[in-house]
Design a protein around this ligand. Structure first.
Ligand code: AMP
Length: 114
């Protein structure tokens, strides 16, 4: 069981900002920006590269939820802005094998990423 499955199960605490039938969003314990939220499906998909065609609606829901959270936090405007990131595999920087979208905001983010 991954640490994110334990958060979904309520076995370990998290600073939850959104929950619905399909997904959970909580603040990253090691934030890389003033706002750093992880949006995860309750269903365990290890990583985006292992998502299946049947996950299409769920993946869309995760992205729409990220946008809704950005709205709620008043980040969804040209002055603020935000970035969504999905790390996949070793070179992608993945450390938890449970799909998650990083929502980063609150500072100017560099491009290309490190
Ligand atoms: P990644 O490196 O893309 O797999 O991202 C995993 C993220 O999960 C990292 O940013 C970690 O800081 C974060 N993380 C790990 N454990 C927890 C936890 N218990 N609660 C919140 N965030 C966590």
């Amino acid at each position: 069981m991954t640490i994110f499955e334990k958060i979904v199960a309520g076995e370990i605490p998290a600073d939850i900002v959104h929950e619905d039938d399909l997904c959970l969003a909580f603040r990253d314990v090691n934030p890389q920006a003033p706002t750093h939220i992880l949006i995860i499906p309750k269903k365990c998909i290890a990583r985006i590269g292992e998502a299946l065609p049947e996950d299409q609606a769920l993946l869309g829901h995760l992205l729409l939820t990220a946008g809704k959270i950005a709205d709620d936090l008043e980040l969804n405007n040209p002055e603020q802005g935000f970035r969504l990131v999905i790390n996949n595999g070793k070179n992608g920087g993945e450390s938890v094998p449970h799909l998650h979208i990083h929502l980063l905001a609150g500072r100017s983010l560099e491009w290309p990423p490190g």
